[in-house]
Design a protein around this ligand. Structure first.
Ligand SMILES: Cc1cc2nc3c(=O)[nH]c(=O)nc-3n(C[C@H](O)[C@H](O)[C@H](O)COP(=O)(O)OP(=O)(O)OC[C@H]3O[C@@H](n4cnc5c(N)ncnc54)[C@H](O)[C@@H]3O)c2cc1C
Length: 381
């Protein structure tokens, strides 16, 4: 009987395990999961879960823990390639096939160690702590103006908390999208009464049970700091056993197989995947990308039937009145140009004549047509 070991028990890990089970009912499948939770989805953690409109039950992924052996609280600590084993503190797991789906973890900002008044948001445990804090605090400071920071700000504001977002760039989301989209997001947050401290270099010090934030000539007291300054792939446990790319993701070909290995694949936030449409490696932090890559890795390993992952990457951010949908790679380095659409806003990002990415703001009905347009633009040259 062939043994598949999956490292990482969240979205990509769970999806690859259940798909592998569908493909081969006889496969012996073990999922090693660092967290003490059944597999769950993260997007509600900054939105409905904080607001109490999405329950813990609904956050869980369908079929979580069914059809495979799930070992929770069992982080992998090493990979022994010579003997095809994944190591944990207590045991070694022999594999014929291996899928790495260890995702990403938040960058920790110097001087902002997590404690009772400094939080990072990645896990359901983090969300529980944040949710509890939001029910009793008056003021929240968010360090980092990315998607998660903006979503937490909106949720906190809806719960009646005063919020300031501190961002060192001149615009929010400046690494993810162009200034046209940033401005819309900034306007929406300001209309909700959220303070923005842009172009800011902030220091924070403890004052009794609160924190004093200093930003140039301004200073304010805050009850809680949430740090959201990006994530990095969780690859430390590999100790260099698998090849990594410049984006720090595991180097994976267009089928999901790790470069140089036919029995090891990687999917989701941890994978730097060679994308055939863009003819370059790309690493995404989008739910749909992780979910779909997981299926490809299972197919490539278990069925040995390789289908290149050529989907147009898709992600979204729900910020109250604003639904932001991201297609392809709307890199801020590219020219951003707005096209008029009924009801919402649409921004295209071109490299020469190719549309490499786009962002829709409150225009979900444009999604399918735009997806086809970008796909045909990318494949026509
Ligand atoms: C708060 C929040 C909101 C989000 N909202 C959106 C959204 O609105 N739209 C969108 O498109 N995307 C969103 N995302 C991103 C999306 O959730 C991720 O892209 C997705 O979770 C990636 O799935 P993954 O399985 O690759 O990685 P992860 O979800 O990071 O899961 C990896 C798992 O592997 C485990 N692990 C790590 N190291 C080890 C080890 N050594 N041994 C065993 N297990 C290990 C981790 O504990 C984790 O459980 C959001 C993310 C967060 C945190």
């Amino acid at each position: 009987m062939r043994r598949l070991v999956v490292v990482g028990g969240a979205l990509a890990g769970h999806r690859s395990a259940i798909h592998a089970r569908r493909l081969d009912p006889d496969l012996d499948i073990t999922v090693l999961a660092a967290e003490d939770e059944l597999p769950y989805q993260r997007p509600p953690l900054s939105k409905g879960y904080l607001l109490g409109t999405v329950s813990a039950q609904r956050v869980r992924l369908r079929g979580a823990g069914e059809g495979y052996r799930l070992l929770t609280s069992t982080p992998a600590t090493g990979l022994d390639l010579a003997q095809s084993r994944v190591l944990t503190h207590e045991a070694a797991y022999q594999f014929d096939l291996l899928i790495v789906a260890t995702g990403a973890r938040p960058h920790q900002l110097e001087g902002f160690s997590p404690d009772e008044s400094v939080l990072y948001l990645r896990t359901v445990g983090d969300a529980n702590r944040l949710k509890e804090a939001l029910s009793r605090i008056h003021h929240l400071t968010i360090v980092g103006g990315g998607f998660i920071g903006a979503e937490v700000a909106v949720s906190a504001r809806r719960l009646g908390v005063e919020v300031t977002i501190v961002e060192q760039s001149a615009h929010l989301l400046s690494r993810a999208v162009g200034t046209g989209v940033s401005r819309l997001i900034e306007e929406n947050l300001q209309q909700l009464g959220i303070q923005l401290a842009l172009d800011s270099s902030t220091t924070i010090e403890s004052v009794d049970r609160q924190r004093l934030v200093r930003d140039g000539s301004r200073e304010w007291l805050t009850d809680l700091v949430v740090v959201g300054v990006g994530v990095h792939p969780s690859t430390e446990w590999l100790g260099g056993a698998l090849p990594l790319r410049a984006d720090r993701g595991i180097a994976v070909n267009e089928f999901g197989l790790v470069d140089g290995y036919s029995q090891i694949a990687a999917a989701g936030d941890v994978a730097s995947w060679h994308h055939p449409l863009y003819a370059r490696p790309l690493r995404f932090e989008h739910f749909e990308v992780a979910a779909n890559q997981a299926l490809h890795t299972a197919e490539a390993l278990v069925k040995n039937e390789r289908v290149a992952y050529g989907d147009l990457p898709f992600g979204w951010s729900d910020q109250g009145e604003l639904l932001v949908q991201i297609l392809g790679v709307p890199s801020p380095d590219l020219a951003e140009e707005e096209e008029s659409v009924v009801g919402g806003r649409m921004f295209l990002y071109r490299r020469d004549d190719r549309i490499e990415g786009a962002v829709l703001v409150n225009a979900p009905e444009e999604l399918m047509t735009l997806r086809d347009r970008i796909l045909s633009s990318l494949s026509s040259q």
